[in-house]
Ligand binder design. Structure first.
Ligand SMILES: NC(=O)c1ccc[n+]([C@@H]2O[C@H](COP(=O)([O-])OP(=O)(O)OC[C@H]3O[C@@H](n4cnc5c(N)ncnc54)[C@H](O)[C@@H]3O)[C@@H](O)[C@H]2O)c1
Length: 414
């Protein structure tokens, strides 16, 4: 456990205040929650990235009357100073420290699962998974899931008939999809790669594997910095969209020999395998923005290497591939989410939307009081609209509304 020294606490407070300034929607929800106490008496367990932005949502829950326990969804993203400030100032039980190994990481999730939560906020479905394994879902009114990978896993559980509590797919809210993944992951992934390598992207070939919501954002930002972007896909529809956007589209095996920087963001495993790695140029950079560190085949990389990697810069491991002449491949952040490990994850202004959705869905789940079926549920559109409306208001943007006549036209069959 991290020491909560006075210096750490004040650094955490400063980080939280900086993030707060970019998160006006969440601030307005926090004030309302403090007045109305919609979560009074409830226990909330959260497995999220322990960052200054997350501090915004856990404080909203705590101020809304909940008792909150928090653990990390990825120990490389944990900001120890934020955890210290949350423990000291806001009575949030935060478990874990930056860089915890797999054993400690799992222990913290199990400990938070054992807090018998009424509401669960998850990012990757590890906490929901732990509650299911421990058969502790009985008192859970509902859960929220923040990421694509978590929802893929939970849908698999639902299909097997094993999902035991309702889960709201926050990740699939319209306000979230069109905003968070594209702009947040897009910018912060490129930011992480640049911080780790200090590369000039202009003139480089960046290969984006997976052209989903996050892949679109990454490709757009890499192109904005002057890179030539190549997209690799397995689904013909996003592949066609990428081509129409003006990117080159080709199989990963062809792209392997072309790219200077490779970014995996598929949500699956093995997007880059041995056969790709052995074709890459000397000096190629490998980064992953997908949720788990399985998108780049790390065992295959180790097998191809002549020896153990050298850490040539912080968060850059260089593998020398045994061939003639030898080639070096640079793996960033050990293949883990690069935007969190090498940068600061999504900017606070983006997390304002995600966490506003989380807070309002938690309130919705508390109101439903356990009436929802154990299934994956969509975010109610009223919540989606409310968050987008509040965000627009914070940006001082006004929009038109339909009048009665226009609404009637849309409701009438002609
Ligand atoms: N780093 C972050 O901050 C962050 C943010 C959001 C999402 N994510 C993660 O990024 C991943 C992708 O999320 P998304 O929302 O873009 O998913 P998505 O389902 O919208 O897109 C994934 C795309 O990858 C394609 N794909 C799958 N396997 C492939 C392969 N082997 N080669 C090439 N393309 C392949 C799919 O056809 C799909 O179009 C998930 O793991 C998600 O959890 C990370």
């Amino acid at each position: 456990m991290v020491p909560s020294s006075t210096r750490a606490v004040s650094a955490g407070r400063a980080a939280i205040a900086w993030a707060d300034a970019q998160m006006p929607v969440l601030a307005s929800i926090r004030s309302r929650f403090a007045r109305e106490q919609p979560l009074r008496g409830l226990r909330v367990a959260a497995c999220l990235h322990v960052t200054a932005e997350t501090a915004g949502v856990v404080r909203a829950l705590a101020q809304g009357g909940a008792q909150v326990a928090l653990c990390a969804a990825n120990p490389l993203a944990t900001r120890d100073e934020v955890a210290a400030a949350l423990r000291r100032d806001h009575a949030v039980a935060v478990r874990g420290a930056r860089g915890d190994d797999a054993g400690a990481y799992g222990d913290h999730i199990d400990a938070v699962a054992a807090s018998r939560p009424h509401l669960v906020l998850d990012d990757g479905a590890e906490l929901i998974g732990a509650l299911h394994l421990a058969r502790e879902t009985g008192g859970v009114l509902g859960a929220t899931e923040e990421t694509t990978t978590g929802l893929v896993r939970l849908r698999a559980l639902e299909a097997q008939g094993g999902l035991a509590c309702p889960v709201v797919a926050v990740n699939e809210a319209r306000a979230e999809r069109s905003f968070n993944d594209r702009y947040g992951t897009g910018q912060s992934t490129v930011d992480g790669i640049l911080r780790a390598t200090n590369l000039l992207l202009a003139g480089q070939t960046v290969v984006v594997l997976g052209y989903g919501w996050t892949g679109r954002g990454i490709a757009q930002r890499a192109r904005g910095l002057g890179a030539s972007v190549v997209v690799c896909e397995v689904d013909p529809v996003p592949a066609l969209e990428a081509r129409m956007e003006g990117y080159e589209v080709m199989p990963a095996l062809e792209a392997a020999a072309r790219g200077d920087v490779f970014i995996t963001v598929t949500g699956g495993r093995g997007a880059l395998r041995g056969e790709h790695l052995e074709r890459m140029k000397d000096g190629a950079v490998l980064a992953n923005a997908g949720h788990f560190d399985v998108e780049i085949d790390l065992p295959a990389l180790r097998d191809l290497a002549a020896g153990p990697p050298r850490e040539v810069r912080p968060l850059v491991e260089q593998y020398e591939i045994a061939c003639d002449p030898p080639r070096r491949l640079n793996l960033l952040a050990r293949g883990r989410v690069v935007n969190l490990a090498a940068a600061e994850g999504h900017p606070a202004a983006v997390m304002d939307v995600s966490f506003a959705l989380q807070a309002l869905v938690a309130e919705h789940l508390a109101r439903t009081g356990g009436d929802l079926e154990p299934a994956i549920h969509a975010v109610p559109s009223a919540i989606d609209h409310e968050v987008a409306r509040l965000k627009l208001a914070s940006l001082d943007v006004r929009i038109d509304t339909l009048d009665d006549d226009q609404r009637a036209y849309l409701r009438t069959f002609r």
